[in-house]
Design a protein around this ligand. Structure first.
Ligand code: NAD
Length: 498
Protein backbone atom coordinates (compact mmCIF):
# COMPACT_ATOMS: atom_id res chain seq x y z
CA UNK A 1 0.00 0.00 0.00
CA UNK A 2 1.26 3.47 -0.90
CA UNK A 3 1.47 6.17 1.73
CA UNK A 4 1.60 9.63 0.17
CA UNK A 5 3.04 12.24 2.53
CA UNK A 6 3.39 16.00 2.41
CA UNK A 7 6.61 17.26 0.83
CA UNK A 8 8.14 20.09 2.83
CA UNK A 9 11.53 21.79 2.67
CA UNK A 10 12.95 19.19 0.30
CA UNK A 11 11.68 15.97 1.90
CA UNK A 12 8.65 13.87 2.79
CA UNK A 13 7.06 15.19 5.94
CA UNK A 14 4.45 13.88 8.32
CA UNK A 15 3.23 15.04 11.66
CA UNK A 16 4.86 13.32 14.64
CA UNK A 17 2.45 10.49 15.48
CA UNK A 18 0.99 10.51 11.94
CA UNK A 19 -1.79 12.44 10.25
CA UNK A 20 -5.08 12.77 12.11
CA UNK A 21 -7.01 12.34 8.85
CA UNK A 22 -6.22 10.45 5.65
CA UNK A 23 -7.89 9.77 2.33
CA UNK A 24 -8.00 6.49 0.41
CA UNK A 25 -6.39 6.18 -3.00
CA UNK A 26 -8.01 3.93 -5.59
CA UNK A 27 -7.05 2.25 -8.80
CA UNK A 28 -10.16 3.21 -10.82
CA UNK A 29 -9.61 0.32 -13.25
CA UNK A 30 -9.87 -2.30 -10.50
CA UNK A 31 -11.86 -0.49 -7.83
CA UNK A 32 -9.21 -1.44 -5.26
CA UNK A 33 -7.78 0.77 -2.54
CA UNK A 34 -4.07 1.05 -3.36
CA UNK A 35 -2.96 3.32 -0.55
CA UNK A 36 -3.73 6.48 1.33
CA UNK A 37 -2.75 10.12 1.45
CA UNK A 38 -2.25 12.24 4.56
CA UNK A 39 -4.66 15.15 5.00
CA UNK A 40 -3.23 18.36 6.45
CA UNK A 41 -4.80 20.19 9.36
CA UNK A 42 -4.78 24.00 9.45
CA UNK A 43 -1.75 23.80 11.74
CA UNK A 44 0.06 21.54 9.24
CA UNK A 45 -0.61 24.07 6.50
CA UNK A 46 0.87 26.73 8.76
CA UNK A 47 4.07 24.65 9.05
CA UNK A 48 4.29 24.27 5.29
CA UNK A 49 3.63 27.95 4.55
CA UNK A 50 6.28 28.90 7.11
CA UNK A 51 8.81 26.72 5.26
CA UNK A 52 7.88 28.37 1.96
CA UNK A 53 8.06 31.87 3.45
CA UNK A 54 11.48 31.13 4.97
CA UNK A 55 12.81 30.05 1.57
CA UNK A 56 11.53 33.15 -0.22
CA UNK A 57 14.19 35.82 0.45
CA UNK A 58 17.09 33.71 -0.82
CA UNK A 59 15.15 32.40 -3.83
CA UNK A 60 13.95 35.89 -4.76
CA UNK A 61 17.60 36.96 -4.78
CA UNK A 62 18.79 33.95 -6.82
CA UNK A 63 20.05 35.05 -10.20
CA UNK A 64 18.05 34.44 -13.34
CA UNK A 65 20.86 32.16 -14.46
CA UNK A 66 20.47 30.01 -11.34
CA UNK A 67 16.68 29.85 -11.69
CA UNK A 68 16.78 28.88 -15.34
CA UNK A 69 19.47 26.27 -14.67
CA UNK A 70 16.96 24.52 -12.39
CA UNK A 71 14.28 24.68 -15.09
CA UNK A 72 16.56 23.23 -17.77
CA UNK A 73 17.58 20.39 -15.43
CA UNK A 74 13.96 19.72 -14.50
CA UNK A 75 12.98 19.69 -18.16
CA UNK A 76 15.52 16.95 -18.77
CA UNK A 77 14.38 14.87 -15.78
CA UNK A 78 10.69 15.05 -16.69
CA UNK A 79 11.52 14.28 -20.30
CA UNK A 80 13.50 11.18 -19.29
CA UNK A 81 10.90 10.03 -16.75
CA UNK A 82 7.73 10.85 -18.67
CA UNK A 83 6.67 7.18 -18.72
CA UNK A 84 7.06 6.89 -14.95
CA UNK A 85 4.95 10.01 -14.44
CA UNK A 86 2.32 8.84 -16.93
CA UNK A 87 2.10 5.46 -15.17
CA UNK A 88 1.59 7.19 -11.80
CA UNK A 89 -1.23 9.26 -13.33
CA UNK A 90 -2.96 6.24 -14.88
CA UNK A 91 -2.72 4.27 -11.63
CA UNK A 92 -4.70 6.89 -9.67
CA UNK A 93 -6.74 8.74 -12.29
CA UNK A 94 -7.53 5.88 -14.67
CA UNK A 95 -6.94 7.71 -17.97
CA UNK A 96 -5.20 5.57 -20.59
CA UNK A 97 -1.39 5.70 -20.66
CA UNK A 98 -1.15 7.49 -24.02
CA UNK A 99 -3.45 10.21 -22.71
CA UNK A 100 -1.44 10.51 -19.49
CA UNK A 101 1.71 10.87 -21.61
CA UNK A 102 -0.06 13.64 -23.52
CA UNK A 103 -0.73 15.63 -20.38
CA UNK A 104 2.90 15.21 -19.30
CA UNK A 105 3.93 16.62 -22.68
CA UNK A 106 1.69 19.67 -22.26
CA UNK A 107 3.13 20.21 -18.77
CA UNK A 108 6.68 19.90 -20.12
CA UNK A 109 5.92 22.72 -22.53
CA UNK A 110 5.30 25.07 -19.60
CA UNK A 111 8.62 24.04 -18.03
CA UNK A 112 10.24 24.87 -21.38
CA UNK A 113 8.49 28.24 -21.40
CA UNK A 114 9.82 28.87 -17.88
CA UNK A 115 13.36 28.18 -19.17
CA UNK A 116 12.95 31.47 -21.03
CA UNK A 117 11.91 33.48 -17.98
CA UNK A 118 14.73 36.04 -18.37
CA UNK A 119 13.14 37.23 -21.60
CA UNK A 120 9.63 37.20 -20.14
CA UNK A 121 10.75 39.29 -17.15
CA UNK A 122 12.51 41.99 -19.15
CA UNK A 123 11.27 45.43 -18.23
CA UNK A 124 11.25 48.72 -20.15
CA UNK A 125 13.72 51.59 -19.99
CA UNK A 126 13.23 55.19 -21.08
CA UNK A 127 16.22 57.47 -21.14
CA UNK A 128 15.81 61.19 -20.43
CA UNK A 129 12.13 61.29 -19.50
CA UNK A 130 13.23 64.65 -18.12
CA UNK A 131 16.65 66.13 -18.53
CA UNK A 132 19.07 63.70 -16.91
CA UNK A 133 16.21 61.59 -15.55
CA UNK A 134 15.59 57.96 -16.58
CA UNK A 135 12.61 55.68 -15.91
CA UNK A 136 12.48 51.93 -15.93
CA UNK A 137 10.07 49.18 -15.01
CA UNK A 138 10.82 45.91 -13.28
CA UNK A 139 8.69 42.99 -12.15
CA UNK A 140 9.30 41.27 -8.83
CA UNK A 141 7.97 38.05 -7.28
CA UNK A 142 5.10 38.12 -4.80
CA UNK A 143 6.27 35.74 -2.06
CA UNK A 144 4.45 32.48 -1.30
CA UNK A 145 2.14 31.38 -4.11
CA UNK A 146 -0.53 28.71 -3.44
CA UNK A 147 -1.57 26.38 -6.26
CA UNK A 148 -4.69 24.24 -5.78
CA UNK A 149 -5.37 21.70 -8.51
CA UNK A 150 -8.14 19.32 -9.63
CA UNK A 151 -8.08 15.54 -10.14
CA UNK A 152 -8.40 15.50 -13.91
CA UNK A 153 -4.88 16.67 -14.85
CA UNK A 154 -2.69 15.67 -11.91
CA UNK A 155 0.55 16.69 -13.65
CA UNK A 156 -0.40 19.24 -16.31
CA UNK A 157 -2.46 21.62 -14.17
CA UNK A 158 0.18 21.94 -11.40
CA UNK A 159 2.71 22.51 -14.20
CA UNK A 160 0.57 25.32 -15.67
CA UNK A 161 1.56 27.39 -12.65
CA UNK A 162 4.46 25.98 -10.61
CA UNK A 163 7.35 26.41 -13.11
CA UNK A 164 6.42 30.01 -13.91
CA UNK A 165 5.81 30.96 -10.27
CA UNK A 166 9.19 29.52 -9.28
CA UNK A 167 11.13 30.84 -12.26
CA UNK A 168 9.73 34.29 -11.48
CA UNK A 169 11.26 34.04 -7.98
CA UNK A 170 8.30 32.95 -5.82
CA UNK A 171 8.11 30.02 -3.46
CA UNK A 172 5.14 27.67 -3.79
CA UNK A 173 2.75 25.56 -1.73
CA UNK A 174 0.97 23.12 -4.02
CA UNK A 175 -2.26 21.43 -2.83
CA UNK A 176 -3.09 18.79 -5.43
CA UNK A 177 -6.32 16.84 -5.65
CA UNK A 178 -6.59 14.29 -2.86
CA UNK A 179 -7.79 11.74 -5.45
CA UNK A 180 -4.48 11.51 -7.37
CA UNK A 181 -1.69 13.25 -5.41
CA UNK A 182 1.30 11.11 -6.43
CA UNK A 183 2.17 13.05 -9.60
CA UNK A 184 2.65 16.23 -7.56
CA UNK A 185 4.91 14.61 -5.00
CA UNK A 186 6.99 13.01 -7.75
CA UNK A 187 7.37 16.36 -9.48
CA UNK A 188 8.36 18.08 -6.24
CA UNK A 189 11.11 15.50 -5.62
CA UNK A 190 12.33 15.98 -9.21
CA UNK A 191 12.44 19.75 -8.74
CA UNK A 192 14.72 19.13 -5.73
CA UNK A 193 16.87 16.79 -7.79
CA UNK A 194 17.10 19.49 -10.46
CA UNK A 195 18.73 21.78 -7.90
CA UNK A 196 15.79 23.71 -6.48
CA UNK A 197 16.66 24.83 -2.93
CA UNK A 198 14.65 23.27 -0.09
CA UNK A 199 11.41 25.03 0.73
CA UNK A 200 10.93 26.68 -2.68
CA UNK A 201 8.35 24.04 -3.69
CA UNK A 202 6.27 22.31 -1.04
CA UNK A 203 3.31 19.97 -1.46
CA UNK A 204 0.54 19.76 1.10
CA UNK A 205 -2.26 17.23 0.75
CA UNK A 206 -5.81 17.42 1.96
CA UNK A 207 -9.29 18.71 1.41
CA UNK A 208 -11.33 21.79 2.31
CA UNK A 209 -9.50 22.27 5.63
CA UNK A 210 -6.15 22.59 3.85
CA UNK A 211 -7.60 24.86 1.16
CA UNK A 212 -9.24 27.14 3.70
CA UNK A 213 -6.00 27.38 5.67
CA UNK A 214 -4.16 28.48 2.51
CA UNK A 215 -6.88 31.02 1.68
CA UNK A 216 -6.62 32.54 5.16
CA UNK A 217 -2.87 32.42 5.77
CA UNK A 218 -1.42 35.96 5.70
CA UNK A 219 1.87 34.79 4.17
CA UNK A 220 0.15 33.33 1.10
CA UNK A 221 0.20 36.15 -1.44
CA UNK A 222 -1.52 34.54 -4.43
CA UNK A 223 -3.83 31.64 -5.17
CA UNK A 224 -4.03 29.81 -8.48
CA UNK A 225 -7.00 27.47 -8.40
CA UNK A 226 -8.44 25.05 -10.96
CA UNK A 227 -11.56 23.01 -10.25
CA UNK A 228 -15.34 23.10 -10.37
CA UNK A 229 -17.20 26.38 -10.67
CA UNK A 230 -18.80 26.49 -7.18
CA UNK A 231 -15.42 25.92 -5.50
CA UNK A 232 -13.65 28.31 -7.90
CA UNK A 233 -16.12 31.06 -6.98
CA UNK A 234 -15.68 30.29 -3.27
CA UNK A 235 -11.88 30.32 -3.53
CA UNK A 236 -11.95 33.58 -5.46
CA UNK A 237 -14.25 35.30 -2.99
CA UNK A 238 -12.48 34.11 0.17
CA UNK A 239 -8.99 34.63 -1.23
CA UNK A 240 -9.64 38.14 -2.52
CA UNK A 241 -11.49 39.06 0.71
CA UNK A 242 -8.21 38.21 2.44
CA UNK A 243 -6.32 40.56 0.13
CA UNK A 244 -4.75 37.91 -2.10
CA UNK A 245 -4.36 37.91 -5.84
CA UNK A 246 -6.54 35.04 -7.15
CA UNK A 247 -7.02 33.33 -10.50
CA UNK A 248 -9.70 30.64 -10.15
CA UNK A 249 -10.48 28.52 -13.21
CA UNK A 250 -13.82 26.73 -13.06
CA UNK A 251 -15.96 24.23 -14.92
CA UNK A 252 -17.10 24.09 -18.51
CA UNK A 253 -19.69 22.92 -21.01
CA UNK A 254 -18.04 23.15 -24.38
CA UNK A 255 -20.00 23.30 -27.64
CA UNK A 256 -18.85 22.20 -31.05
CA UNK A 257 -20.85 23.83 -33.83
CA UNK A 258 -21.06 21.87 -37.10
CA UNK A 259 -22.16 23.94 -40.10
CA UNK A 260 -23.81 22.29 -43.13
CA UNK A 261 -20.72 22.73 -45.31
CA UNK A 262 -18.37 20.95 -42.87
CA UNK A 263 -16.54 17.76 -43.74
CA UNK A 264 -18.70 15.36 -41.70
CA UNK A 265 -16.07 12.65 -41.38
CA UNK A 266 -13.63 15.14 -39.85
CA UNK A 267 -16.38 16.55 -37.64
CA UNK A 268 -17.39 13.08 -36.44
CA UNK A 269 -13.75 12.15 -35.71
CA UNK A 270 -13.38 15.37 -33.73
CA UNK A 271 -16.63 15.01 -31.77
CA UNK A 272 -15.78 11.46 -30.72
CA UNK A 273 -12.15 12.26 -29.84
CA UNK A 274 -13.03 15.38 -27.88
CA UNK A 275 -16.16 13.93 -26.30
CA UNK A 276 -14.74 10.66 -25.02
CA UNK A 277 -11.00 11.26 -24.60
CA UNK A 278 -10.11 10.87 -20.91
CA UNK A 279 -13.70 9.60 -20.45
CA UNK A 280 -14.94 13.18 -20.88
CA UNK A 281 -13.11 14.25 -17.70
CA UNK A 282 -11.47 17.24 -19.37
CA UNK A 283 -12.41 20.87 -18.90
CA UNK A 284 -11.92 21.23 -22.67
CA UNK A 285 -13.96 18.12 -23.56
CA UNK A 286 -16.70 18.66 -26.10
CA UNK A 287 -19.97 17.79 -24.37
CA UNK A 288 -22.45 19.37 -26.80
CA UNK A 289 -22.49 19.09 -30.58
CA UNK A 290 -24.64 21.80 -32.11
CA UNK A 291 -25.71 20.42 -35.47
CA UNK A 292 -26.90 23.09 -37.88
CA UNK A 293 -29.52 21.33 -40.04
CA UNK A 294 -29.62 19.42 -42.24
CA UNK A 295 -26.43 17.75 -40.91
CA UNK A 296 -27.69 16.07 -37.72
CA UNK A 297 -28.85 12.67 -39.01
CA UNK A 298 -25.78 12.08 -41.14
CA UNK A 299 -23.44 13.32 -38.41
CA UNK A 300 -25.04 11.03 -35.81
CA UNK A 301 -24.62 8.04 -38.13
CA UNK A 302 -20.93 8.77 -38.46
CA UNK A 303 -20.49 9.46 -34.74
CA UNK A 304 -22.18 6.21 -33.71
CA UNK A 305 -20.07 4.20 -36.17
CA UNK A 306 -16.98 5.57 -34.48
CA UNK A 307 -18.33 5.10 -30.95
CA UNK A 308 -18.88 1.41 -31.63
CA UNK A 309 -15.14 1.03 -32.21
CA UNK A 310 -14.04 2.63 -28.90
CA UNK A 311 -12.48 0.09 -26.53
CA UNK A 312 -13.26 0.96 -22.94
CA UNK A 313 -10.99 -0.66 -20.38
CA UNK A 314 -7.89 -0.64 -18.22
CA UNK A 315 -5.63 2.22 -19.30
CA UNK A 316 -2.57 -0.06 -19.15
CA UNK A 317 -3.97 -2.45 -21.78
CA UNK A 318 -3.90 -0.21 -24.83
CA UNK A 319 -7.62 0.66 -24.58
CA UNK A 320 -9.02 3.94 -25.95
CA UNK A 321 -10.97 5.06 -22.90
CA UNK A 322 -10.43 4.32 -19.22
CA UNK A 323 -12.74 4.27 -16.19
CA UNK A 324 -14.12 7.29 -14.34
CA UNK A 325 -12.14 8.55 -11.38
CA UNK A 326 -14.30 7.26 -8.50
CA UNK A 327 -17.32 5.03 -7.98
CA UNK A 328 -19.34 8.05 -6.75
CA UNK A 329 -18.50 10.05 -9.85
CA UNK A 330 -19.36 7.12 -12.14
CA UNK A 331 -22.73 6.77 -10.37
CA UNK A 332 -23.37 10.51 -10.63
CA UNK A 333 -22.66 10.52 -14.37
CA UNK A 334 -24.82 7.41 -14.87
CA UNK A 335 -27.58 9.28 -13.03
CA UNK A 336 -27.57 11.85 -15.83
CA UNK A 337 -28.37 9.11 -18.34
CA UNK A 338 -31.57 8.32 -16.46
CA UNK A 339 -32.35 12.03 -16.07
CA UNK A 340 -31.86 12.68 -19.79
CA UNK A 341 -34.30 9.92 -20.72
CA UNK A 342 -36.84 11.20 -18.15
CA UNK A 343 -36.57 14.72 -19.55
CA UNK A 344 -37.24 13.55 -23.12
CA UNK A 345 -33.79 13.30 -24.74
CA UNK A 346 -33.23 10.37 -27.08
CA UNK A 347 -30.61 7.92 -25.76
CA UNK A 348 -28.87 6.75 -28.94
CA UNK A 349 -25.96 4.92 -27.30
CA UNK A 350 -26.19 3.82 -23.64
CA UNK A 351 -22.80 3.62 -21.92
CA UNK A 352 -24.21 1.59 -19.02
CA UNK A 353 -24.18 -1.52 -21.19
CA UNK A 354 -20.42 -1.35 -21.82
CA UNK A 355 -18.32 -4.50 -21.52
CA UNK A 356 -14.98 -3.21 -20.30
CA UNK A 357 -11.62 -4.78 -20.98
CA UNK A 358 -10.76 -4.78 -17.31
CA UNK A 359 -11.74 -5.79 -13.81
CA UNK A 360 -15.52 -5.79 -13.33
CA UNK A 361 -15.11 -3.81 -10.11
CA UNK A 362 -13.59 -0.83 -11.99
CA UNK A 363 -15.52 2.44 -12.24
CA UNK A 364 -16.79 1.88 -15.80
CA UNK A 365 -19.18 3.76 -17.97
CA UNK A 366 -19.03 3.50 -21.74
CA UNK A 367 -19.42 6.27 -24.32
CA UNK A 368 -22.96 7.64 -24.35
CA UNK A 369 -24.82 9.67 -26.98
CA UNK A 370 -28.01 11.70 -26.57
CA UNK A 371 -29.95 13.21 -29.47
CA UNK A 372 -32.75 15.79 -29.41
CA UNK A 373 -31.31 17.50 -26.33
CA UNK A 374 -33.01 20.77 -25.41
CA UNK A 375 -31.40 23.67 -23.50
CA UNK A 376 -33.69 23.27 -20.48
CA UNK A 377 -32.64 19.66 -19.79
CA UNK A 378 -30.13 18.93 -17.02
CA UNK A 379 -27.96 16.92 -19.43
CA UNK A 380 -27.56 20.24 -21.25
CA UNK A 381 -27.32 22.71 -18.36
CA UNK A 382 -25.00 20.75 -16.04
CA UNK A 383 -21.33 19.99 -16.42
CA UNK A 384 -21.54 16.18 -16.39
CA UNK A 385 -17.77 15.57 -16.64
CA UNK A 386 -18.10 12.09 -18.10
CA UNK A 387 -18.32 10.28 -21.46
CA UNK A 388 -21.68 11.76 -22.43
CA UNK A 389 -22.12 13.62 -25.69
CA UNK A 390 -25.33 15.55 -26.42
CA UNK A 391 -26.61 16.58 -29.85
CA UNK A 392 -28.64 19.79 -30.04
CA UNK A 393 -30.27 20.41 -33.42
CA UNK A 394 -30.62 24.02 -34.61
CA UNK A 395 -31.79 25.53 -37.90
CA UNK A 396 -29.30 28.36 -38.43
CA UNK A 397 -25.84 29.67 -37.59
CA UNK A 398 -27.48 32.49 -35.61
CA UNK A 399 -29.39 30.01 -33.47
CA UNK A 400 -26.13 28.14 -32.82
CA UNK A 401 -24.19 31.18 -31.69
CA UNK A 402 -27.10 32.42 -29.54
CA UNK A 403 -27.22 29.01 -27.83
CA UNK A 404 -23.50 29.01 -27.07
CA UNK A 405 -23.60 32.58 -25.81
CA UNK A 406 -26.59 31.90 -23.54
CA UNK A 407 -24.63 29.24 -21.64
CA UNK A 408 -23.20 30.05 -18.21
CA UNK A 409 -19.73 28.73 -19.03
CA UNK A 410 -17.26 30.08 -21.56
CA UNK A 411 -14.20 27.84 -21.49
CA UNK A 412 -13.73 26.39 -24.98
CA UNK A 413 -15.69 25.97 -28.19
CA UNK A 414 -15.09 24.80 -31.74
CA UNK A 415 -16.65 25.41 -35.11
CA UNK A 416 -16.43 22.94 -37.98
CA UNK A 417 -16.87 24.48 -41.40
CA UNK A 418 -15.09 25.04 -44.71
CA UNK A 419 -16.37 28.62 -44.84
CA UNK A 420 -13.60 30.95 -43.66
CA UNK A 421 -16.01 33.87 -43.36
CA UNK A 422 -18.34 31.91 -41.08
CA UNK A 423 -15.45 30.77 -38.92
CA UNK A 424 -14.14 34.31 -38.65
CA UNK A 425 -17.58 35.59 -37.70
CA UNK A 426 -17.89 32.87 -35.04
CA UNK A 427 -14.56 33.58 -33.38
CA UNK A 428 -15.55 37.24 -33.27
CA UNK A 429 -19.08 36.78 -31.92
CA UNK A 430 -18.77 33.91 -29.49
CA UNK A 431 -18.37 34.67 -25.77
CA UNK A 432 -15.81 32.01 -24.98
CA UNK A 433 -12.13 32.26 -24.04
CA UNK A 434 -10.60 29.58 -26.28
CA UNK A 435 -11.83 28.92 -29.83
CA UNK A 436 -11.04 26.11 -32.25
CA UNK A 437 -11.61 26.41 -35.97
CA UNK A 438 -11.80 22.80 -37.18
CA UNK A 439 -9.84 21.98 -33.99
CA UNK A 440 -11.99 20.37 -31.29
CA UNK A 441 -9.79 20.91 -28.23
CA UNK A 442 -8.12 24.29 -28.71
CA UNK A 443 -5.78 24.22 -25.71
CA UNK A 444 -3.36 27.14 -26.12
CA UNK A 445 0.38 26.46 -26.22
CA UNK A 446 2.42 27.36 -23.13
CA UNK A 447 3.51 30.70 -24.61
CA UNK A 448 -0.14 31.76 -24.98
CA UNK A 449 -2.46 31.83 -21.98
CA UNK A 450 -5.14 29.31 -21.01
CA UNK A 451 -8.46 30.43 -19.59
CA UNK A 452 -12.16 30.75 -20.14
CA UNK A 453 -14.80 33.44 -19.69
CA UNK A 454 -17.90 33.76 -17.54
CA UNK A 455 -18.35 30.97 -14.94
CA UNK A 456 -15.22 29.23 -16.28
CA UNK A 457 -12.86 31.75 -14.70
CA UNK A 458 -12.99 34.08 -11.71
CA UNK A 459 -10.39 36.82 -11.77
CA UNK A 460 -8.95 38.41 -14.87
CA UNK A 461 -5.74 36.47 -15.44
CA UNK A 462 -5.43 33.29 -17.44
CA UNK A 463 -2.85 30.57 -16.81
CA UNK A 464 0.73 30.49 -18.21
CA UNK A 465 2.22 32.52 -21.05
CA UNK A 466 2.57 36.28 -20.55
CA UNK A 467 -0.52 36.39 -18.30
CA UNK A 468 1.03 33.76 -16.03
CA UNK A 469 4.23 35.77 -15.68
CA UNK A 470 2.17 38.86 -14.95
CA UNK A 471 0.13 37.04 -12.29
CA UNK A 472 3.19 35.82 -10.40
CA UNK A 473 4.95 39.20 -10.36
CA UNK A 474 4.19 42.77 -9.41
CA UNK A 475 5.42 45.85 -11.19
CA UNK A 476 7.64 48.65 -10.04
CA UNK A 477 8.58 51.78 -11.93
CA UNK A 478 11.81 53.53 -10.94
CA UNK A 479 12.50 57.15 -11.77
CA UNK A 480 16.17 57.91 -11.33
CA UNK A 481 18.51 60.86 -11.56
CA UNK A 482 22.21 60.90 -10.82
CA UNK A 483 22.75 64.24 -9.23
CA UNK A 484 25.28 66.89 -10.09
CA UNK A 485 25.46 70.27 -8.36
CA UNK A 486 23.55 72.07 -11.16
CA UNK A 487 20.37 70.22 -10.11
CA UNK A 488 20.07 71.88 -6.71
CA UNK A 489 17.17 74.06 -5.56
CA UNK A 490 13.82 73.52 -3.84
CA UNK A 491 10.69 73.37 -6.06
CA UNK A 492 7.29 72.59 -4.50
CA UNK A 493 5.54 72.24 -7.88
CA UNK A 494 4.33 68.87 -9.19
CA UNK A 495 7.12 67.10 -11.10
CA UNK A 496 6.83 67.71 -14.85
CA UNK A 497 9.27 67.20 -17.66
CA UNK A 498 11.73 69.83 -18.75
P1 NAD B 1 -13.12 20.21 -7.34
O1 NAD B 1 -13.65 21.60 -7.40
O2 NAD B 1 -13.93 19.18 -6.62
O3 NAD B 1 -11.69 20.20 -6.60
C1 NAD B 1 -10.64 21.06 -7.00
C2 NAD B 1 -9.75 21.33 -5.79
O4 NAD B 1 -10.52 21.98 -4.78
C3 NAD B 1 -9.19 20.06 -5.17
O5 NAD B 1 -7.84 20.30 -4.82
C4 NAD B 1 -10.06 19.84 -3.95
O6 NAD B 1 -9.37 19.22 -2.89
C5 NAD B 1 -10.47 21.24 -3.56
N1 NAD B 1 -11.81 21.31 -2.95
C6 NAD B 1 -12.87 20.46 -3.16
N2 NAD B 1 -13.93 20.85 -2.44
C7 NAD B 1 -13.57 21.95 -1.76
C8 NAD B 1 -14.25 22.81 -0.84
N3 NAD B 1 -15.52 22.60 -0.49
N4 NAD B 1 -13.57 23.86 -0.34
C9 NAD B 1 -12.29 24.09 -0.69
N5 NAD B 1 -11.60 23.30 -1.54
C10 NAD B 1 -12.22 22.24 -2.08
O7 NAD B 1 -12.79 19.76 -8.83
P2 NAD B 1 -12.34 18.32 -9.35
O8 NAD B 1 -13.54 17.41 -9.30
O9 NAD B 1 -11.09 17.90 -8.72
O10 NAD B 1 -12.00 18.67 -10.88
C11 NAD B 1 -12.95 18.71 -11.90
C12 NAD B 1 -13.44 20.11 -12.14
O11 NAD B 1 -12.34 20.94 -12.49
C13 NAD B 1 -14.39 20.20 -13.33
O12 NAD B 1 -15.42 21.08 -13.00
C14 NAD B 1 -13.52 20.77 -14.45
O13 NAD B 1 -14.21 21.45 -15.45
C15 NAD B 1 -12.64 21.68 -13.68
N6 NAD B 1 -11.44 21.97 -14.42
C16 NAD B 1 -11.35 23.21 -15.00
C17 NAD B 1 -10.24 23.53 -15.73
C18 NAD B 1 -10.11 24.88 -16.38
O14 NAD B 1 -9.07 25.15 -16.89
N7 NAD B 1 -11.12 25.71 -16.36
C19 NAD B 1 -9.20 22.60 -15.90
C20 NAD B 1 -9.32 21.35 -15.29
C21 NAD B 1 -10.46 21.05 -14.55
Amino acid sequence: MKHVKHYVAGKDWEQPGGAARRGDLYDPATGEVTGHVDFASSADVGTVVTAAAAAFPAWRDASLAKRTAVMFALRQLVHERRDELAAAITAEHGKVLSDAAGEVQRGLEVIEYACGIPTALKGGFSENVSTGVDSYSIRQPLGVAAVISPFNFPAMVPLWFVPIAIAAGNTVVLKPSEKDPTASTLLAAWFSEAGLPDGVLNVVHGDKEAVDALLDHPDVKSVSFVGSTPIARYVYERGTANGKRVQALGGAKNHMVVLPDADLDLAADAAVSAGFGSAGERCMAISVVVAVEPVADELITRITERMARIRTGDGRRGCDMGPLVTREHRDKVAGYLAAGVREGAKLVVDGRTVEPDGDQAGFWLGPTLFDDVRPEMTVYTDEIFGPVLSIVRVRTYEEAVDLVNAGRYGNGTAIFTNDGGAARRYQHEVEVGMIGVNVPIPVPMAYYSFGGWKASLFGDTHAHGAEGVHFFTRGKVVTSRWLDPSHGGVNLGFPTQN
